[in-house]
Design a protein around this ligand. Structure first.
Ligand SMILES: Cc1cc2nc3c(=O)[nH]c(=O)nc-3n(C[C@H](O)[C@H](O)[C@H](O)COP(=O)(O)OP(=O)(O)OC[C@H]3O[C@@H](n4cnc5c(N)ncnc54)[C@H](O)[C@@H]3O)c2cc1C
Length: 301
């Protein structure tokens, strides 16, 4: 029996697409094919895929909303598990529990509907809950670490564990999941009662700020670089004269130099070359070495 036949038999009933191009799923609109793109409907299906992949020694990885990644043009070998169908969200008192694939922006709107405060900072971050925990996503002074109570994970070996915020060792755009290789299944957020009107005003204010400052009309992966201590990446890039600097179809945004936008059918190679070039030029100009926030995955063509 071929690997594919074996897979179809053991993973029967699970939505698997073969040789699926990833560019249409990714916020940057670049990237080659996944060998097997899987859409588990629940954590049991997800666990079955991980078990099968481990047994067959096939590489696997999970993605949320693909808003903080660049998939290389040669694509990703093995399984890419997309969590967007694991998207239940429930509210219990002042706590929200959301599955990993729940949309973060939608989750902040649910908090608003229940007049719960604490989640406003994330109202414009286009990730999933799982990706946001993995990255300790944050904005405007807030971050996931401030509100996460606990999260359920599937370990690399297929065990389900509950981790506290302390176990996750959060830091700036960092969580322990980045080293452990576990899959976030769901997260519980501790919020506080607030005024619907005040929460809404704050979310509207932050949305307005984003629209004003970020090139949201173009494909991008948000801020490409982490904030260097004592500086702002966008400002350093701008001071190095790199606004509008372009490689192939990807350019440094004129509106926000921390963003790289795909303006003309750019490729992952264009992104990578532009990133390398910007790091070099900023180092030359200011002496600061920029560190990537966006994650680059897969194989070159
Ligand atoms: C226009 C724009 C604005 C943005 N603004 C912000 C901002 O203000 N603040 C900010 O922090 N980020 C921002 N981002 C980046 C991005 O939205 C966040 O990093 C977000 O948390 C990524 O979530 P995701 O689901 O898209 O993750 P993905 O891009 O799908 O994946 C990112 C990483 O997380 C891992 N991952 C995803 N899901 C899971 C899971 N369930 N379990 C384990 N690992 C997982 C993936 O393997 C990958 O390594 C922005 C992006 C864009 C495009």
């Amino acid at each position: 029996m071929s690997v594919k036949e074996n897979m179809l038999e053991i993973l029967e009933g699970i939505d698997i697409r073969f040789k699926e191009p990833l560019h249409s799923y990714s916020y940057t609109k670049v990237g080659g094919e996944a060998d097997y793109l899987v859409f588990p409907r629940n954590r049991f299906e997800l666990a079955r895929v991980v078990k099968f992949a481990n047994q067959e020694d096939i590489p696997w990885m999970v993605l949320g909303n693909a808003s903080n990644i660049i998939v290389r043009d040669g694509g990703i070998r093995g399984f890419v598990i997309l969590c967007d169908k694991l998207n239940n969200v429930s509210v219990d008192g002042y706590t929200i529990e959301a599955e990993a694939g729940a949309n973060l922006i939608e989750t902040t709107r649910i908090a608003l509907r229940h007049s719960l405060t604490g989640f406003e900072f994330a109202c414009g971050i286009p990730g999933s809950v799982g990706g946001a925990v993995f990255m300790n996503a944050g904005a405007y002074g807030g971050e996931i670490a401030h509100i996460l109570q606990s999260c359920k994970v599937l370990t690399k070996d297929g065990e389900i564990e509950t981790l506290s915020a302390k176990d996750l060792a959060f830091g700036y755009r960092h969580s322990a999941i980045q080293e452990s290789g576990a899959v976030v299944l769901s997260a519980k957020f501790a919020l506080a009662p607030g005024s619907h009107q005040v929460i809404k005003q704050e979310m509207d204010r932050l949305t307005h700020l984003r629209e004003l400052k970020q090139p949201l009309e173009y494909p991008s992966c948000g801020s490409v670089f982490k904030r260097p201590v004592g500086h702002f990446a966008g400002q350093l890039i701008s001071e190095a004269g790199l606004k509008g600097y372009r490689v192939g179809g990807v350019e440094v945004s004129e509106k926000h130099a921390g963003f790289m936008i795909n303006v003309a059918d750019g490729t992952a190679k264009d992104y990578e070359d532009l990133i390398e070039s910007v790091i070099e030029k900023v180092k030359e100009h200011s002496g600061v070495t920029l560190e990537r926030e966006v994650r680059i995955l897969g194989e070159s063509k």
